[in-house]
Design a protein around this ligand. Structure first.
Ligand SMILES: [Zn+2]
Length: 191
């Protein structure tokens, strides 16, 4: 009966919005993460990725590659010219971390981006989707080292970039341990 009440008389999206099945807390992947606090069924539209929609000129104005690396992960690329900047007017979706083996996926619904559950998710699990981050080609070694991945899954490709193993191998960054080693060395040099 409860199911019918929410499923038919009120839109599910509104119920999810008013009673989020997740909370934001610190994550072992990176910074803050979003974690399920109730079971989330496969196919659930969990949250909309919102923020300021900006063009590439504005993106360049706001973010200098050299020193705003972390903030790039609050950007969601819509198409070649448009990006959602969740650092301005964003919601909890901006805290969802990347994973190479994610339990959610970001889907475009008529120009709006929603995070859907790719499979059933248990309470306590961190919500993730694959960022498939794109940078201006050709992808270089320093691009990969700027965006490493620490999702810890068996199929981790070592970076949040949308890049093949073959390409990583050509940059001498595969197997993924080579990425982690190079990132650690880079950090050490900075200290
Ligand atoms: Zn990974």
């Amino acid at each position: 009966m409860t199911v019918l009440k929410y499923g038919i008389r009120r839109p599910l999206a509104r119920y999810v919005r008013e009673n989020p099945p997740y909370e934001v807390r610190s994550s072992h992947i990176q910074g803050q993460g979003v974690f399920a606090i109730r079971p989330i069924r496969k196919g659930t539209r969990v949250i909309e990725y919102v923020g300021d929609i900006i063009d590439s000129d504005e993106e360049d104005r706001r973010y200098d590659d050299a020193y705003m690396d972390r903030h790039h992960t609050f950007l969601f690329r819509l198409d070649e010219d448009h990006t959602i900047d969740a650092a301005v007017g964003g919601n909890d979706a901006m805290f969802i971390n990347h994973s190479c083996e994610p339990n959610c996926e970001a889907l475009d619904d008529d120009g709006r981006i929603f995070i859907f559950a790719k499979r059933s998710i248990r309470p306590g699990e961190e919500l993730t989707y694959d960022y498939q981050f794109d940078v201006d080609p050709p992808i270089t070694r320093s691009d990969v080292l700027r965006y490493p991945c620490f999702c810890g899954t068996d199929t981790c490709r070592g970076t949040i970039l949308n890049v093949s193993q073959r390409k990583l191998a050509s940059l001498k960054l595969w197997p993924r341990e080579r990425i982690f080693k190079a990132v650690a060395a880079k950090k050490k040099r900075r200290r």
